[in-house]
Design a protein around this ligand. Structure first.
Ligand code: UT7
Length: 333
């Protein structure tokens, strides 16, 4: 029995990758009608990474996966399952997971993508944990990778200043020690509100046409204010419910890694949950919002900076298009 009274599922390896090219707020102010001051004060973002032409979601995901496998001390033949969270796949099919499988030289293992936008990493984490519990798999590779620069409208200042590119990855595996690792995950969605964050063109509902391209339908569209209000409410509620189900209170948490979308959202969550902001490792200023890559990128950085220690309670909280939201509680091994 996995994650029962004798064993636990842990993050046995972690890694991330960010493209070299930095796009600063000052650079953006040369492209659209914005300013460094507006972006910094309204979002907390100073710069973001942008993948180079020809560098696809799968390339970044494969680099992050290699780093996680190296950290876990695993070879390609050790991986039994690969799940990729992304809303910017290389192409509609084959899945980005299958493309990464090939790039990494993995065996003929199951590989698939999960589309839960910015909550995708926690959705894949939960799917990976449940599949590990079946006992069929030993080392599950979870990747969150996004090339958001490929779906941004660089004429729309209300969205193009917010997002960036990058990838993060973890290895999930089991240890013969009870009560540590991934203690639980809470997933949720509300499709009724889905229209406030979409990319309307390019799917079966609105296939690409000359007109759809001219109408700029193949770019991310967001009603920012509405998203902001819902995000703060549901992220907090999800986290509180998850903590309560483990008989914990916010002050028991040592480190919170929320989806890095807006500094004002993080500040509100910190004050509403009564948790000091220094328990929230932040990389939003340097990476912007990287959707499904946001949490693993921040988690990897926090771990490498020594902000997460053995025995710490770590809370991951996500929110994104769908609408979807999720939280996970980890007792670091
Ligand atoms: O990852 C998925 C989850 N996404 C999120 O969580 C995003 C949540 N939303 C947000 O982070 C914020 O709503 C935004 C950062 C997107 C926008 O901030 P806001 O404080 O809600 O601004 P706003 O949309 O109300 O716009 C205020 C003003 C407007 O001008 P007027 O109408 O007051 O004259 C905008 O046109 O700011 C203007 N504006 C800008 N000005 C300079 C909007 N974008 C920009 C810009 N530069 N880039």
């Amino acid at each position: 029995m996995i994650n029962g009274k004798d064993s636990s599922i842990i993050i046995g390896g972690i890694g991330s990758y960010a493209p070299e090219k930095i796009l600063s707020n000052h650079d953006l102010a040369k492209i659209v009608d914005t300013s460094d001051e507006w972006i910094r004060t309204r979002t907390g973002i100073k710069e973001r990474r942008i993948a180079h032409n020809g560098e696809a979601c799968s390339d970044m995901g494969a680099r992050a996966a290699q780093a996680a496998m190296k950290h876990a001390g695993l070879e390609p033949e050790d991986i039994d399952l690969l799940i990729v969270a992304t809303m910017t796949p290389d192409m509609p099919f084959p899945s980005t997971a299958c493309i990464i499988q090939h790039k990494l030289g993995l065996r003929s293992i199951p590989c698939f993508d999960v589309g839960a936008a910015c909550s995708g990493f926690l959705y894949t984490l939960e799917i990976g944990c449940q599949m590990l519990k079946s006992g069929t798999y030993r080392n599950v590779l979870i990747v969150g990778s996004e090339k958001l620069s490929s779906i941004l409208d660089w004429q729309d200042r209300t969205t193009c200043v917010l997002f960036g590119d990058g990838a993060g990855a973890i290895i999930l595996n089991t240890v013969d020690e009870p009560g540590i690792g991934i203690l639980g995950t809470c997933l949720a969605a509300n499709g009724a509100e889905g229209q406030i964050l979409t990319m309307p063109g390019g799917g079966s509902n609105e296939p690409a046409t000359t007109e759809s391209v001219l109408m700029r339908r193949h770019y991310l569209k967001m009603m920012g204010k509405e998203v902001f209000k819902i995000a703060v409410k549901v992220m907090e509620q999800s986290a509180l419910d998850l903590l309560a189900s483990h008989n914990l209170k916010p002050h028991d948490v040592d480190c919170v890694i929320p989806h890095q979308a807006n500094m004002r959202i993080l500040e509100l969550m910190s004050s509403r949950m009564g948790l000091p902001l220094d328990k929230f490792p932040i990389n939003l200023d340097r990476f912007g919002n990287t959707s499904a890559a946001s949490i693993p990128l921040a988690l990897d950085e926090a771990y490498r900076d020594g902000k997460i220690k053995s025995g710490d309670y770590v809370l991951l909280i996500a929110f994104g298009a769908g609408l979807t939201w999720a939280s996970s509680l980890i007792k670091w091994h």
